[in-house]
Design a protein around this ligand. Structure first.
Ligand SMILES: *Cc1c(COP(=O)(O)O)cnc(C)c1O
Length: 454
């Protein structure tokens, strides 16, 4: 035990000598924020250097679908790595990329037949933004140079993706480097007026968006949204009718619709893609995170034949999409994605998600009565609530209180990984958890809420 503990400490000390961690004030390591060396993953669980186990209640940043070290995905990776690691996708192709493109076109909302590959979610968003912009130039409308994004949106950290994001915590400091989208109000139903339901909020927000489009459509390339759940913006949720109404408005005003399903795709909301709940297809669909089951970085942008055709022409006209990433369509990553999609084909995954979602919903219900919990909400297997100082007025705690951080540390101490966004606690577990894990996770969360709000 003493040895294994010192292994944890040794790994953390070596790490802190060189590794600059994402999304972290490094000065907080290790006094306020523990740095935990993970040596192994096993299904929904992560195991540290001391052998301590943590239930991964947030799917390692929303990427893991079928468990850590999933044997089927691991085997596909190993086989592919022993066959072909990588070849550039310009001038060459290979079975994993073409088969994944076929498979994505088959399962995506109708009409999304053309697939470009990149590695991270943010790079998929960059592709969608650039393709939409370039499409309008190619069809003789170069005056379209703007995008419409929603308040409270998050689309990634690279400069284009950050430009269409609206979270000051990540965006403000880089403001001078970014382009300015037109920002439309978020359809988040927590902003309901008295007597309004989620559909009424959606109708009100669509009417406001119509006004914006009346003024800006002529200079607009696309509207970009995270359908059904604005995840990084605090797991804020809206009615599918908003997504349906948005599609209709984009058609009416002749602008593209970009659906960023990087977080909500692959079953999180209870359907394979969130757009299905509105019965619509976007012009661009961005996928990443869960695309490989969470095993490797891979992202994809799907679009229509109509968009694709606008890029065909004489080489000299420079209307081709010359954007590239070295590892576009990497065979190992594509093989992992194919193995993950095979699990969706072979097992009743969506039924399982719905059953787990029902269990989660039942288990979090009592939290509605907690004096410091507000806004309990759920879409599919994503559930969230806010820690608040005063419940009737939904008054937040002063940010300096770091209640979310207290929650995080308390839950970790009890072997549950739940990492709040500010003071918003959320559950976003992988699909391999069972009912017992859900109970453990929610029980630990209840204890952590009490500890964080005491
Ligand atoms: C995580 C996320 C991104 C960015 O993906 P990365 O792989 O982290 O670059 C973009 N959009 C949404 C909705 C996300 O949740």
């Amino acid at each position: 035990m003493a040895d294994s503990r010192s292994r944890n400490l040794r790994l953390a000390a070596r790490d802190l000598a060189h590794v600059w961690h994402p999304c972290t004030q490094m000065r907080e390591h290790d006094a306020q924020l523990p740095l935990i060396p993970i040596v192994r993953g096993d299904g929904a669980w992560l195991i540290d250097g001391e052998g301590k186990r943590y239930l991964d209640g947030i799917s390692s940043w929303w990427s893991n679908l079928f468990g850590h070290a999933n044997p089927r995905i691991a085997a596909a990776i190993a086989t592919q790595a022993g066959t072909l690691n990588h070849v550039m996708l310009a001038g060459f192709t290979h079975e994993p990329a073409l088969q994944l493109a076929e498979e994505l076109a088959r399962i995506a909302p109708a009409g999304l037949t053309r697939v470009s590959f990149a590695s991270d979610g943010a790079s998929a968003v960059e592709i969608a933004l650039k393709m939409s912009f370039h499409y309008w130039r190619n069809v003789g409308q170069p005056q379209r140079t703007r995008f419409i994004a929603l308040a409270n949106a998050y689309h990634g950290e690279t400069l284009g993706a950050l430009s269409v994001s609206d979270l000051p915590l990540y965006r403000a400091v880089y403001g001078p480097l970014l382009f300015e989208p037109v920002v439309a109000p978020s359809p988040d139903w927590l902003d309901a007026e008295p007597g309004e339901n989620a559909d009424a909020v959606a109708r009100r927000r669509l009417a406001e968006l119509r006004t914006i489009l009346e003024r800006h459509a002529g200079e607009t390339c696309a509207v970009i949204i995270e359908p059904l759940v604005q995840c990084s913006g605090g797991m804020r949720m809206h009615a599918p009718t908003y997504v349906g109404g948005l599609r209709a408005l984009c058609d009416e005003f002749g602008v593209h619709l970009i659906a960023d399903e990087i977080a909500v795709g692959f079953g999180r909301t209870g359907t394979l893609f969130a757009c299905e709940q509105a019965g619509i297809a976007p012009d661009f669909l961005c996928l990443a995170k869960g695309l490989t089951g969470g095993a490797l970085p891979l992202s994809a942008v799907l679009t229509t034949d109509e968009v694709y055709r606008a890029f065909l022409g004489d080489y000299a006209a420079n209307n081709a999409f010359l954007h590239s990433h070295t590892f576009s369509g990497n065979p190992i990553a594509c093989a992992a994605a194919l193995a993950s999609l095979a699990i969706f084909r072979d097992e009743p995954v969506l039924e399982r998600i719905r059953a787990l979602a029902a269990r989660l919903s039942e288990r979090i219900e009592p939290l509605r009565d907690h004096p410091h919990v507000a806004g309990v909400r759920q879409t599919g297997l994503i559930a969230a609530f806010d820690l608040v100082a005063d419940k009737p007025s939904r008054t937040p705690y002063p940010p300096a209180d770091r209640r979310g951080l207290r929650f995080y540390r308390h839950a970790l101490g009890h072997g549950i990984l739940l990492r709040p966004l500010g003071d918003t606690v959320y559950f976003l577990p992988p699909y391999c958890i069972d009912d017992g894990d859900i109970d453990l996770m929610v029980d630990a969360a209840v204890g952590a809420v009490d500890a964080a709000t005491a």
